[in-house]
Design a protein around this ligand. Structure first.
Ligand code: AMP
Length: 208
């Protein structure tokens, strides 16, 4: 199963992706995580660090290269979930080409949909436990007392609004691109985590 998860920041994409990957035993491949790792190990050029900090996109070639290398690894051979990639039509086209060279195809593109005001609240109150990667929400899913909480630099309100705007511009082209190919499934991302997982699983089962 090769799938893409698309959703604005705070839509619960990361949370759902983790659940789906555990159920289907496929790796979650997140360009955002890979870029943050590169940054943490000092391998990301300063101009890209700044791009990320401001909520802008890094160049297509950079993320396409990350995806090419990551999807070549052994654990990605039976499938993967792409999270945060592609974000532009050129990235989507590059992905199609890359998969075609391996005689592979995408199965489904899941778009999680959540209204803007809810997104801002979700993202600004989101915290991650550094040790486990588990995502919490200060209001809806409080972390345990021993969690080592981290607030992502790009989850600050102004940056979140900028990222949502960037997302809206991006999907204006990207979703129609996948709609045309018949792979797109729009899923309501408002509700309990388990309920949304059920909606996503139903869409995936139908696309198998
Ligand atoms: P994310 O964790 O997916 O929200 O990504 C965090 C940041 O990494 C984004 O705001 C971008 O600066 C950068 N980034 C991640 N994935 C991509 C992508 N596919 N194309 C361009 N920039 C990306």
């Amino acid at each position: 199963m090769r799938l893409i998860f698309v959703g604005p920041p705070g839509a619960g994409k990361g949370t759902q992706a983790k659940i789906i990957c555990a159920k289907w035993k496929i790796p979650q491949i997140s360009t955002g995580d890979m870029l943050r790792e590169a940054k943490a190990s000092g391998k990301l050029p300063q101009e890209l660090v700044q791009k990320m900090a401001s909520g802008g996109l890094v160049p297509d070639e950079v993320v396409i290269d990350l995806i090419r290398q990551r999807t070549e690894q052994a654990d990605a051979q039976s499938g993967f979930l792409l999270d945060g990639f592609p974000r532009t039509v050129p990235q989507a086209e590059a992905l199609d080409k890359l998969l075609a060279t391996r005689a592979e195809k995408l199965n489904v593109v899941v778009a999680l949909q959540v209204a803007k005001d809810l997104l801002v609240e979700r993202a600004t109150l989101r915290r991650t436990d550094k040790r486990t990667g588990q995502i919490y929400h200060l209001k809806y899913k409080p972390p345990p007392p021993d969690a080592e909480l981290e607030h992502r630099a790009d989850d600050q309100e102004e940056v979140v609004r900028n990222r949502i705007e960037t997302y809206e511009k991006m999907t204006a082209d990207l979703l129609p691109f996948y709609e045309k190919t018949g792979l797109l499934r729009r899923i309501d991302g408002v509700g309990e985590v388990e309920e949304i997982t059920r909606r996503v699983m139903a869409a995936l089962e139908a696309a198998k």
